[in-house]
Design a protein around this ligand. Structure first.
Ligand SMILES: [Ca+2]
Ligand SMILES: [Ca+2]
Length: 166
């Protein structure tokens, strides 16, 4: 458990399934280079390195930034939903909450399933290829996007693309 202050924690080795709660403040956690399987709470910034990381968010700090680095990484969002900014995550799993996900970078062929709730995904400005499930709204930016809908909500999702430059 972290203190109320701002904690900066670097994991050197972590038991699989460890739960890490850094409490109040603006906290940063760096996962071990071997890859970690962890359950996280109250962490504003998560940095993964080259290992394969499996991360479960027990809660989502609004606007949290999560970059799991190289490797084959999986992130499960909090069941309460929330807004997160993601980089370098091969598989993102959302649960019943309303999720607002912004991809800052996405690996080619990343799989993103935001589950139940009313979910919004913003694609990376760099473009890329993604496989999507259960997302009510998808917003693309200036990049070249390849999107495969593996399953879409009953009402077709609304997908926006920027207007062409006149
Ligand atoms: Ca990683
Ligand atoms: Ca959801």
């Amino acid at each position: 458990m972290g203190s109320a202050g701002n904690d900066t924690v670097v994991l050197l080795a972590t038991p699989a399934g460890a739960t890490i709660d850094l409490g109040a403040g603006t906290d940063t956690l760096t996962l071990s280079s071997a890859g970690d399987t962890v359950n996280l709470k109250n962490i504003e910034s998560v940095v993964g390195l080259g290992g394969n990381d499996t991360v479960v968010l027990l809660n989502t700090v609004a606007g949290a930034t999560i970059d799991l680095g190289a490797g084959t990484d999986t992130l499960t969002l909090s069941s309460a939903g929330g807004s997160v900014n993601l980089s370098s995550i091969e598989s993102v799993v959302g649960l019943g909450g309303n999720d607002t996900v912004v991809l800052q970078t996405s690996p080619a062929g990343a799989t993103i399933d935001l589950g139940a709730g009313t979910d919004t995904l913003t694609l990376s400005a760099a473009g890329g290829s993604v496989n999507l499930s259960n997302i009510e709204s998808v917003l693309g930016l200036g990049g070249t996007d390849t999107v495969v809908l593996q399953s879409s909500p009953a009402a077709r999702p609304s997908i926006w693309a920027p207007a062409p430059i006149p």
